[in-house]
Design a protein around this ligand. Structure first.
Ligand code: LLP
Length: 425
């Protein structure tokens, strides 16, 4: 079973705390995260890099891509383990600062950075902007000039490499909105060098998420040495390479990326370029650490199928319907019960509100608890209020103790922000 999760006296526990007790104390649906799991994932990446790199080499800066799970408690925990941070919005910048990250450990990415976000990032002094287009470069130069604070920038290369576990999360293909082509990169670098308020220092790259065609990483990395050489030959300084995230996790029975191989590619291809290396893992650090704890609302048996109607819905976890993503489902108790085939669905009024079809699970009844696995990444942070459902609670478990890190959102919290114009009252 996943690190942090174990069956004790017939009941699933996370880091020593029973999921039954968590459901009693905090209700359902609720996201639950294992600190032990996050730590083991962090150690796995950091450890692979340490093993591969010579002792005197500088280790990569591991910037946690907090879009995967941006609760400030999770950020604080990852900071305590040694992570730096990758952000994509002013909101994530604020969360990162609240979690105690040094501004110099924050990199800002994204294709549509707002003026306000750019200004805030400049004022606190982030490590770098990963620039996605020439208009963005011009805008950052303009804002930096206006407020009198120079910007350190790298350019995101679109390496024209297909990666990513689903077409919606592939980012490195020529047709994708991300990054700039190699030819434009030279032009952009030159433009930036001629500008007064930006300093170009390198290149970034991110080919996609849940990349399990792992050779794609190598193919993309291999494009970098020649580009760095061309830039240097033209008199530019290249001191940083940000090689992105995308490390896959197990959802079902996928063959995983061998991190040691990945680390060796970084050592063999990137390290000789004598640059600061930045990585942006998101899902890998938190994905398997989380489960969505849910209760069976009804068992609906029909002539053709048996439905397990649970109290979690697509508004709580959208990945299955958005990406046809597989998530394991398991009962919390009665785990030796005979198997039965179910469609597991939520209460929302559309057929897309389905977590799995024809899934063999242990037999369950109304009121039983179940978990939807591997939901620590892109779970809570993609949740919505669809059907006027409050957002779930989030619980972080560490050393046999459960901590509520986000209370369940009340329906009043949602409704009270609606404003009815006077003439409709
Ligand atoms: N860096 C950049 C520039 C990114 O765009 C992303 C993810 C990451 C790093 C982190 O990638 P990771 O290591 O987590 O694969 N909502 C989708 C995933 C979207 C990923 C977006 N960018 C899902 O649920 O699968």
């Amino acid at each position: 079973m996943t690190i942090g999760y174990e069956e004790i006296n017939g009941c699933l526990h996370v880091d020593g705390v029973s999921l039954k007790k968590i459901a009693q104390d905090y209700g359902t649906p609720t996201y639950v995260y294992s600190a032990a799991n996050i730590k083991s994932q962090y150690d796995a990446i950091a450890g692979a890099m340490k093993r591969a790199f010579p002792e005197d080499a500088k280790q990569p800066k591991l910037c946690y891509a907090c879009k995967a799970n941006s609760n400030v408690a999770i950020l604080s925990y990852l900071r305590s383990l040694g992570a730096a941070l990758e952000i994509v919005s002013e909101g994530e910048l604020k969360r990162g600062l609240k979690a105690g990250f040094n501004a110099n450990d924050i990199v800002s990415t994204g294709v549509g950075k707002t003026d306000s976000e750019i200004t805030s990032c400049l004022k606190v002094g982030i490590h770098q902007f990963n620039i996605e287009s020439i208009p963005e470069l011009e805008n950052i130069n303009k804002i930096a000039g206006e407020i009198g604070i120079g910007a350190t920038v790298v350019f995101r290369l679109n390496p024209s490499v297909s990666g990513g576990g689903h077409h919606k999360i592939s980012t490195g293909r020529t047709r994708d909105k991300f990054g700039i082509s190699e030819e434009s990169l030279y032009e952009a670098y030159q433009m930036a060098s001629d500008m007064e308020h930006v300093t170009p220092v390198g290149i970034s790259m991110h080919i996609g998420s849940q990349v399990f065609t792992v050779e794609s990483f190598k193919t993309a990395f291999e494009k970098l040495p020649a580009i760095v050489k061309n830039l240097r030959d033209s008199g530019h300084s290249v001191t940083r390479l940000d090689i992105g995230g995308g490390f896959p996790i197990v959802y079902k029975d996928e063959d995983l990326l061998d991190l040691d191989r990945y680390a060796e590619w970084v050592r063999d291809i990137i390290l000789p370029l004598d640059v600061e290396i930045i990585m942006e893992p998101g899902r890998y650090l938190v994905g398997n650490a989380g489960v969505l704890l849910t209760r069976v609302a009804y068992v609906k048996e029909t002539s053709t199928r048996d439905f397990l109607v649970i109290d979690a819905a697509m508004n709580d976890l959208i990945r299955p319907t958005l990406y046809e993503a597989y998530h394991g489902i398991e009962a919390v108790e009665n785990r030796d019960a005979p198997k039965k085939t179910y469609d597991v669905v939520g209460p929302i009024c559309e057929t897309g509100d389905t977590f799995s079809t024809d899934r063999d699970l242990t037999q369950m009844a109304r009121g039983d608890l179940a978990i939807i696995q591997s939901t620590g990444a892109y779970g809570y942070c993609m949740a919505s209020n669809y059907n006027t459902r409050g957002l779930p609670a989030e619980i972080f478990v560490m050393d046999d103790k459960a901590h509520e890190i986000k209370p369940r959102q009340s329906v009043e919290d949602i409704i009270n922000t609606d404003i009815v114009p006077d003439f409709l009252k």
